[in-house]
Structure formats: structure tokens, C-alpha cells
Design a protein around this ligand. Structure first.
Ligand code: F6R
Length: 606
């Protein structure tokens, strides 16, 4: 989605803006632009990649204040004119904006009646023109007045040539942080954009306006009431957001999984006491153990992790658990009674639908928890309690280590609550021991990553794939199919294996790749039957099986092995070969792995 960067200080702003925009590229965009300011405003923007913009920029520009933006088109096509920054008619004011102004039609009509002529089709220009109309010598005040007229979501940065060295920023529903440096301040929608300059940040809250100059940061509410803010430390390092010799972030993040899962589990698995320690849940443990129902919500990959969570909670905690697409939950009339706990699962902590579902749940009185990766993100801040994934920044658009982090966190919450309900000490001990072995087991799978590459090489010319799984591996089948389709553009469907005979079996034809997760467990015989059904219709079976299974090769065209673990923890292992197949298929097909077409890393609009 769109990205924001801003700088006021004593250094030339442009290289800092361009570098920041480069670090935001992973979020997805289709045009980019910058505005620099001294006595005049100088705006440059271009449709297409950042490199197109760079060709028309004077990289030696001396100005020490400016804003930059990567746009992901919503209102109007990705053209030069529609790219941000947008200016008002006087040419003094420039605005960059993430989010959507929902009453832009009405405001546009009003402004046109007042004589404003629009250059672009965007909702952002409406905001720029409105600020311009309300400006009478005080930029902050004009922004404040304009935002009172606006409905929708925004994270904005605004410049005015009458007030060089000032950026006014504001936020409602779209993340913004202020980086605090020595004699300089930065503005960004994502920490990755400013990490090279500072790790000290102030989070802009919803309904807050920030006015930054090189030496001062002033925060107020929309009603001009001063807000005291703490400066916080970002834990992520620059190295974590760089490729470190890998060809793509996706493969780097797949290979990081052993290490980042160690980080996720560290200090939380107590192998001596056979206990789970979750500091984030201490304050609500009593309320949680009394919960009568759990609703897990999220989108995409996070929703798949939540599905694994449903199985885990029902088995370990014995509490009725449901999983809801956040986008459906927010618009239904969900029943939230006393004792309902809603857990929002999200890598970014900024997904608009998940955030809205959470707000709905809170309004109806649910206790809300977050299983979130990005520290300080909106969902993390707005939930009553939660457990961070601690898997480090995920830059590749296709979620990989966040999925395993989400499953690991849900597994820990399930075991933590299970021990306070029906889970016996010995069952918990087995579970904790098995979970602590997972990082090394993932490493073992990655050591044989070439096997998955061979499968990808053999089948990437096939346009339709099926993924089948049962029980805990059904969500993994969905996740494997999602990974393949989103980065290689091959059509793939994931199914609970038994559903195949109720319709999708009609699709199977000679040579169609069918990935079957057939690990040891309670439904092993049944899944072998499903494999036979596929093969007898000419399908090619790629099985994911447990090491030591000597029989399975007779029923499959290819077998990729994973180490043995408890059934509830299998998704943490079985997903790895599927991530690898998807990655290699995309590379072989020449796709842009880290920035697949039409996709954004963090979906902050509906
Ligand atoms: C798929 C993918 C998406 C996200 C979804 C939710 O690889 O990355 O499906 O999982 O957009 O994002 P978060 O977890 O940030 O809420």
C-alpha cells in the first residue's frame, strides 16, 4: 500500500527521501513523488517504479525539508498527475496521503463551486485544495480545520512554502511515526523507511496532529489539546531489512525461520517447569481462563494461521472456538456475549479489515487479544493484551515467517490456557518439548530445500494445482495454494482432502499437480485413500510425508519429507516445503517474487 516519508533537518532532504521510498517499495506501489521546500515548493512525480522518478530528479537539490510518497492507486489510474504529492491551486501547499477520504465527492463539488479547478482524480487533491482554501498563515491550523470536514482514513504529511522547515502530519486509521534525530525529525508510515537514520520514534495516535521542525516536535489532538508522548525505541535493525546476500526477501525470510522462531519461543517456553510464560497475558489471565468462547480473526495468511489456532484451542483448551474473516466479521451482526474473547491475528498490525473487526469486537464488550508482529502497530496498541510474534520485519509480500510465528504464538496461548483448564501436566510437557524442537526441525527441512526446487522445476508449466490436507494440515493446504497463486500467478486451490469428492475431483486430469499433506497422524489412512483417488484419475501426487514413512513413495510421484512432531504442531513443518515450492515456481516463471502484481504488503484500505 502507499508509503510516506518526510524529513526536516540540516542535511539535504532528497537523498533521505529517495532512500526512504526505496525501503517502502516492498509495500507495493504504482507511482511515486517528492516535494522539496525552501522559499518555493518543488514537486516531482512519476508513474511507475521509483527508478523512473529518480531519472527526473536533481539528486543534488540543496533543500533540507521535504516529503515523499509511493502511491498504490485507489482513486484514479496510476498516472503522473494522480501521483502524490498533490498541491493546492496556489501552489504553496503540498500533501501526501495514505488512506481514503470517503466524502471526497461532496468536498470536490463544494470546492468546485468555490472556483477550484482540479488537476487530478484523487481524493488527496481534494484535501490539498481544502487545506489551501482554509490557510490563513498557520499551516497547522488549516490542516486541523480541514480534517474536521473529512471522513475516512488518513495518514498525511503537509508542507507549505510560507513555512519552510515545518511538516504537519496527522493520522486517523493509517499508521504514522515520527523519527527523532539530532537536529532533525523524520516522518514515515513504516519504520523501515527511517531505520537508517534513527531508532527513536514517537507513534502518532489516531486523531492526533504533529508539527515537526528540525528541533521541535509538537503533538496535539484535532481539538488543539496538547498531547504528551514518549519517545520509544524500535528493536529492528537495518540488517534485518536488507537482503544479506539472498536474491529475494521471501527466500531470506523462509531461511530465517529457524532463528526467528527461536526468538519467538525464547523466554516463553519453560522446559524446566514445563510451563508457558506469556508476559503479555499476565494482566488478563483470570478473565481469559473464564472465557466461554474464542473468536480468532484475520485476513489471508493470518486467517490460515487462525484456522490452525481453532484446532489448537479446541483440542488443548476445550473452549468453543471460531475463525472469522475479519472482513466478514466487521459487517455481520456478530454475537459477542459475556465471556467472548476475540484474538486478532496480524503480521503488520495495520490491516484495515482486521483493525475494524477488532474495533467492532471491543465496542461489543469482548476482551481483545493480539497476535501481532509489528511492535507499536495499531492493532497491537488497541488490543487489551497480546503476544508479539517477534519474528523480525517481514519485507517479502508473501507472508512466510509471520505464518509460522502466528501458529507458534497461538500454540503457546493454547497451551498456556490449556494448563489452566483441562490439559494435563504430562501432555503440556510433551507439547512444550515438541514446540521447542521445531526451530531445529525447520532447519533440517531447509537443508534439503533442493528437493522442493526439483518439484517446482518439474511442474511450473502446469496452470492448475490442488492442495489437499486434513485436520491441522487443512489450513496448510490453503496456505500452500495461496503462496503459489500470489507470487507465481498459477491457479491453485486448497481443500480439506475429503471435500475433493464433492466436486473438485472433476478437475483432476492427466498430469495435474496435486500436493497432498500426508504426515503421520490420526487421518493418515484416509489421506492415503485421497492420494489413490487422485492418481487413479491421472493426477500427479506430490506428498508431504513424515520422515521414515517407507510406504508413501508407492502412492506418490514425489515425496518431500518433514521430521516427526506432534500432530498439532505439524503445520509449522509441513508449510515449509510448500513455501519453497511457491518461491521456486515464481522464480522459474520470472515473476517479481517480492513484489507480486496487484498486491501490497499491508492492506490498509478496504
Ligand atoms: C499472503 C499475505 C496476506 C496477509 C494478509 C494479512 O502471503 O501476506 O494474505 O497475510 O493481508 O496481513 P496481516 O497479517 O499484516 O494482517
Amino acid at each position: 500500500m502507499c508509503g510516506i516519508i518526510g524529513y526536516v533537518g540540516s542535511r539535504p532532504a532528497l537523498p533521505i527521501l529517495v532512500e526512504g521510498l526505496r525501503r517502502l517499495e516492498y509495500r507495493g506501489y504504482d507511482s511515486a513523488g517528492v516535494a522539496l521546500i525552501d522559499d518555493n515548493l518543488c514537486v516531482t512525480k512519476a508513474a511507475g517504479r521509483l527508478s523512473v522518478l529518480e531519472q527526473v530528479l536533481d539528486l543534488n537539490a540543496p533543500q533540507t525539508a521535504g516529503i515523499g510518497h509511493t502511491r498504490w492507486a485507489t482513486h484514479g489510474a496510476p498516472t503522473d498527475v494522480n501521483a502524490h504529492p498533490h498541491t493546492d491551486s496556489s501552489g504553496k501547499i503540498a500533501v501526501i496521503h495514505n488512506g481514503i477520504i470517503e466524502n471526497d465527492r461532496a468536498l470536490r463539488t463544494y470546492l468546485e463551486r468555490e472556483g477550484v479547478t482540479f488537476k487530478s482524480e484523487t481524493d488527496t487533491e481534494v484535501l490539498a485544495q481544502l487545506i489551501g482554501m482554509l490557510y490563513d498563515g498557520d499551516l497547522e491550523q488549516a490542516v486541523r480545520k480541514a480534517l474536521r470536514e473529512v471522513s475516512g482514513t488518513y495518514g498525511i504529511g503537509v508542507l507549505c512554502s510560507d513555512e519552510p522547515n515545518v511538516i504537519v502530519a496527522a493520522r486517523k486509521g493509517s499508521p504514522l511515526i515520527i523519527g527523532v534525530g539530532k537536529g532533525e525529525h523524520l516522518l514515515a508510515s513504516d519504520a523501515a523507511a527511517i531505520l537508517a537514520h534513527t531508532t527513536q520514534v514517537v507513534y502518532v495516535g489516531d486523531g492526533e496532529i504533529a508539527r515537526i521542525t528540525p528541533d521541535e516536535l509538537r503533538m496535539t489532538t484535532l481539538d488543539a489539546i496538547p498531547v504528551a508522548k514518549d519517545v520509544e525505541q524500535i528493536e529492528w535493525s537495518l540488517e534485518e531489512i536488507e537482503l544479506a546476500g539472498y536474491d529475494h526477501f521471501m527466500i531470506k525470510e523462509i531461511f530465517e525461520q529457524p532463528e526467528v522462531l527461536e526468538n519467538c519461543l525464547r523466554g516463553r517456553l519453560d522446559l524446566k517447569e514445563n510451563a508457558i510464560r506469556l508476559g503479555g497475558l499476565v494482566d488478563c489471565t483470570r478473565e481469559l481462563t473464564r472465557a466461554k468462547r474464542i473468536i480468532l480473526t484475520g485476513c489471508g495468511t493470518a486467517w490460515h494461521a487462525a484456522l490452525v489456532g481453532e484446532y489448537l484451542f479446541e483440542e488443548l483448551v476445550r473452549i468453543p472456538t471460531e475463525v472469522e474473516y475479519a472482513s466478514e466479521f466487521r459487517y455481520r451482526n456478530p454475537v459477542i456475549d459475556d465471556g467472548t474473547v476475540v484474538i486478532a491475528v496480524s503480521q503488520s498490525g495495520e490491516t484495515a479489515d482486521t483493525h475494524a473487526a477488532l474495533a467492532e469486537a471491543k465496542q461489543r464488550g469482548a476482551l481483545t487479544l493480539g497476535a501481532v508482529n509489528v511492535v507499536g502497530s495499531t492493532i497491537a496498541r488497541e488490543t487489551d493484551a497480546g503476544v508479539y510474534l517477534h519474528v523480525g520485519p517481514e519485507i517479502g509480500v508473501a507472508s512466510t515467517k509471520a505464518f509460522t510465528g502466528q501458529v507458534a504464538v497461538l500454540a503457546m496461548i493454547a497451551c498456556f490456557l490449556g494448563r489452566r483448564k483441562h490439559l494435563s501436566p504430562s501432555a503440556a510437557a510433551d507439547f512444550i518439548a515438541a514446540l521447542s524442537a521445531v526451530p531445529k526441525q525447520i532447519k533440517q527441512i531447509l537443508d534439503t530445500a533442493d528437493e522442493a526446487k526439483k518439484v517446482a522445476q518439474q511442474y511450473t508449466d502446469r496452470e492448475n494445482w490442488l492442495y489437499l490436507g486434513r485436520g491441522y494440515n487443512y489450513p496448510v493446504a490453503l496456505e500452500g495454494a495461496l503462496k503459489l497463486k500470489e507470487i507465481s500467478y498459477i491457479h491453485a486451490e486448497g481443500l480439506p482432502a475429503a471435500e475433493m469428492k464433492h466436486g473438485p475431483i472433476a478437475l483432476i486430469h492427466e498430469g495435474m499437480p496435486v500436493v497432498v499433506i500426508a504426515t503421520a497422524g490420526s487421518q493418515y489412512d484416509k489421506i492415503i485413500n485421497n492420494m489413490m483417488q487422485v492418481r487413479s484419475r491421472g493426477g500427479s501426487v506430490i506428498a508431504i510425508a513424515t520422515e521414515g514413512d517407507r510406504e508413501i513413495a508407492k502412492q506418490a510421484d514425489h515425496v518431500l519429507y518433514v521430521p516427526n512432531t506432534l500432530e498439532p504442531l505439524q503445520p509449522l513443518l509441513t508449510v515449509i516445503p510448500l513455501q519453497l515450492i511457491a518461491y521456486h515456481a515464481a522464480v522459474i516463471r520470472g515473476c517479481n517474487v517480492d513484489k507480486p502484481r496487484n498486491l501490497a504488503k499491508s492492506v490498509t484500505v478496504e
